[in-house]
Ligand binder design. Structure first.
Ligand SMILES: Nc1nc2c(ncn2[C@@H]2O[C@H](COP(=O)(O)OP(=O)(O)O)[C@@H](O)[C@H]2O)c(=O)[nH]1
Ligand SMILES: [Mg+2]
Length: 381
């Protein structure tokens, strides 16, 4: 985990002026004061709602570290160090498992079975675990097998499994604004990912508009507004309870007027009421298409790696509800089961665009199969 980000707990001081100002910008009806009551409580509630297996130090607001990667991370904390650190729970757990098996015995069937168990515990899935164990066994029975050798084979196999799905999110310039709908259950990291992604896109020179489409929770709206202020990019927000599809409609219209390149639309993720969620996402998409019939141009599903196998059923559900075009896997720093990406890639074959390895603004990495595979196997770049 990136130490810089953990050190600075974000104060929970309410920022009433800011919120109201941003709402004003988003054409909130006059007198929509409902947002200002008990912001702390709401933020807490939002933070705990449906966030299983929370990582320590979770908070609803973005970490307040400087926007510059160099300043935030120091010279040694480049992307590789962040990735390695972010996947360290998984790599140490796998590494310890391997050390226990391959200490000094000659390779036999029992060791390969133990190896399979280690990989299944890291959530790689039964099929991939069996395949990797078989690969390691090939031609090596009754021979000494070094841990490094095992890790190299593991990394190669994980890379091979993931490579076809490591596809970048392409912002198609002919689609302007390029509309990205961000979906996923509450607490999976949607709003944080939007903030991190907006920061990356801004750095690449794109102009961005954020739409606070999780209109169910005041804290969720405020959270996006804080990201917007921090990044210096406009946010369309309305008061709690307002219609998310109308907001998305206005966001696209406004982006057209402003000539913005990208609209990032946040959404609510109340999975406990699947019918309502389905109706809402369906409506957002339908209404968006009244302004731009090709929208949304990307539907990103944000998954929390710490929920383990549960992520598989979330992909299934959101694929059916919203037609997912790509995945973002967050909180890989909070789990020893980072292998879940392999299971998901093999089962669904969806592009994996980014992985989240911390709460900070720079903790979103473009997904690269080789880097991920080597980091999770505990090898150097
Ligand atoms: N450790 C860690 N925490 C994350 C990551 N992504 C998001 N979070 C935290 O997860 C919590 C929920 O995120 P949020 O964006 O509010 O989720 P949403 O409900 O889907 O919008 C927040 O405390 C975030 O800081 C990540 O990659 N690593
Ligand atoms: Mg949110």
């Amino acid at each position: 985990m990136s130490g810089e980000n953990d050190k600075e707990p974000l104060g929970h001081e309410p920022r009433p002026g800011l919120f109201k100002r941003l709402l004003g910008r988003g054409e909130a009806p006059a007198g929509s004061g409902g947002l200002e009551h008990h912001p702390d409580e709401e933020r807490e509630a939002a933070n705990s709602a449906e966030a299983p297996d929370k990582t320590p130090g979770e908070r609803a607001s973005p970490a307040e570290e400087p926007a510059s990667p160099a300043a935030a991370q120091g010279p040694k904390q480049g992307w590789w160090a962040r990735l390695r650190a972010g996947l360290s729970r998984s790599s140490s757990s796998i590494g310890e498992g391997l050390a226990g098996i391959f200490a000094k015995r000659k390779l036999d069937e029992a060791m390969l079975e133990e190896l399979e168990d280690v990989l299944i515990r890291a959530d790689l899935g039964v099929a991939a675990a069996a395949r990797i164990a078989q690969k390691i066994g090939e031609g090596r029975y009754h021979k000494d097998v070094g841990i490094l050798q095992v890790k190299e084979i593991l990394a190669a196999e994980v890379e091979r499994a993931l490579a076809p799905y490591a596809l970048p999110l392409e912002i198609e310039p002919s689609q302007k604004p390029f509309v990205i709908l961000v979906v996923g259950v509450n607490g999976s990291g949607k709003t944080t990912t939007i903030g991190k992604l907006a920061a990356q896109l801004l750095r690449k020179g794109h102009s961005i508009l954020l739409a606070a489409g999780d209109t169910f929770r005041a804290a969720a709206i405020e959270q996006l507004c804080i990201w917007g202020e921090r990044l210096g990019c406009p946010v369309i927000a309305r008061e709690q309870g307002s219609d998310a599809s109308a907001l998305a409609f206005d966001a696209i219209k406004e982006a057209r007027e402003k000539d913005s390149d990208v609209v990032l639309v946040d959404t609510a993720g109340r999975l406990q009421n699947r019918a309502e969620l389905m109706a809402e996402l369906d409506k957002i998409i339908r209404v968006m298409r009244k302004v731009d019939e090709s929208a949304p141009h990307a539907v990103l599903l944000v998954l929390d790696a710490t929920v383990g196998q549960n992520a598989l059923s979330q992909v299934d559900i959101f694929e059916r509800i919203a037609g997912v075009t790509g995945l973002v896997m967050t909180k890989l720093d909070g789990t020893a089961r980072g292998g879940i990406l392999v299971a998901i890639a093999e089962q669904f074959g969806l592009p994996i665009h980014f992985i989240g390895v911390g709460e900070g603004i720079n903790d979103l990495e473009t997904f690269e199969a080789r880097d991920f595979a080597r980091a999770i196997a505990g090898l150097d770049a």
